[in-house]
Design a protein around this ligand. Structure first.
Ligand SMILES: *Cc1c(COP(=O)(O)O)cnc(C)c1O
Ligand code: SF4
Length: 375
């Protein structure tokens, strides 16, 4: 199937969603699915592979997909401390599409489109802007990198970079790979994507032939539950690895989706079995309207502790949080002692400054919907 056709068969309207599942009251109250775009918080799109899981009765798949991709009115509950840009990425952007937080790595926002829109997305600020990166912006970004020899890695992110057409991807990779010739140290590429499992038809032979030309290139797959590893998704992953592109994964710890050690153990072991190395497990970001997804830190530590005893080191990702306010990624150890103050956990960022992460077990935090354990 052509990927554009698969994409256009996604659920984006209330009518289509209703033909798949009976909506709950709190889902029907999400205005984006009702009327005009001005009320939208974050777009809705559920591609066919995931829609198929959503329509399946019995088993965990339906709730896993529903919870991640079907919006509810809980997204309108914004807690103090939450933000549309929780990681202060805008403040770390020397160019509109380039985030430079760590000296040796830059992250390029290549598009704001995704094959599937996750309700807990931390880049919710995107919805007001549009479009894919153009050749001028690519040129600007590569000029920025040219003069900074400390940069060793370009992370292509978004949105989902594999939503770009082949020509744009090839143009972008070739522009940055030209810089490799002039540098003493290697310059590696990383593509962060959810597409292999969300829209497997996108992983065409043509795309793989492009990617292969620009190794070292790593692919980071966003995957939160074993149910997402459908036969078609798994087959797409397999073709990527066979093409010589190493794949690692990142997972977000999400209440009601994967907040049990058994669920995560199964996911990470299955990822290893399809030749994907679990790389990061992230504590949920303080993005506006996503508190119903966050797991309290003490509970998260309990899960990690249990997980460590269960699975091989190869299957175990690094547990980390991206510190709200732009402190960067902080590795969390389940035996670390964390200071608590006024409804926040306090962390020291790599820059030595103090950053606050909301203490969800604090009684001041209020939710409009208490989620039930689903698994
Ligand atoms: C996550 C992130 C990176 C990559 O961090 P790693 O720890 O190398 O995976 C780089 N830049 C930004 C802005 C990021 O958010
Ligand atoms: S795929 Fe990534 S960028 Fe896109 S909606 Fe999901 S979390 Fe956000």
């Amino acid at each position: 199937m052509k990927w554009s056709r698969e994409l256009s068969n996604s659920i984006t309207t209330l009518t289509k969603l209703r033909s798949c599942i009976d909506l709950r009251e709190e889902e029907l109250r999400f205005p984006r699915l009702r009327k005009n775009k001005s009320e939208q918080i974050h777009p809705v799109r559920i591609p066919p592979v995931f829609a198929e899981l959503l329509s399946r009765k019995g088993g965990a798949a339906r709730e896993v997909i529903r919870r991640q991709f079907v919006p509810t009115e809980a997204e309108y509950t914004v807690l103090p401390g939450e933000s549309l840009d929780p990681l202060c990425e805008v403040a770390y952007s020397p160019l509109s599409r380039l985030i430079h937080r760590y000296p040796d790595r830059v992250l390029l926002i290549t598009t704001e489109q995704c094959a599937v829109y996750c309700r807990y997305c931390f880049r919710r600020r995107f919805t007001e802007r549009a479009g894919a990166i153009n050749s001028e912006e690519i040129k600007e970004a590569s000029e920025y990198v040219t003069t900074r020899s400390e940069i060793r890695e370009i992370i292509f992110s978004g949105g989902d970079p594999l939503m770009l057409d082949d020509g744009t991807i090839e143009g972008m990779l070739s522009e940055f790979s030209a810089l490799r010739k002039t540098r003493a140290k290697p310059l590696s590429f990383r593509i962060a994507t959810r597409i292999p499992t969300a829209l497997p038809s996108r992983i065409t032979g043509g795309l793989l032939r492009i990617l292969q030309q620009y190794v070292p290139l790593w692919l980071v797959l966003h995957c939160n539950h074993t149910e997402e590893l459908t036969p078609r998704g798994t087959e797409a992953i397999s073709r990527i690895v066979d093409a010589g592109i190493p794949v690692v994964s990142q997972t977000v710890l999400l209440r009601g989706v994967n907040d049990r050690s058994e669920t995560l153990a199964e996911l990470f072991e299955n990822l290893v079995s399809v030749r994907v190395k679990p790389y990061y497990l992230f504590q949920g970001d303080a993005a506006s309207g996503t508190s119903h997804f966050r797991v309290s830190l003490p509970r998260a530590f309990e899960i990690i502790r249990d997980l460590r005893g269960r699975i091989s080191g190869l299957a175990m990702p690094v547990f980390a949080t991206d510190l709200p306010g732009g402190g960067g990624k902080k590795t969390l150890h389940e035996d670390m002692s964390v200071r608590r103050e006024n409804g926040n956990f306090l962390f020291t960022g790599n820059d030595g400054r103090t950053y606050r992460y909301p203490d969800e077990s604090n009684s001041d935090a209020t939710y409009c919907h208490e989620s039930r354990p689903l698994l």
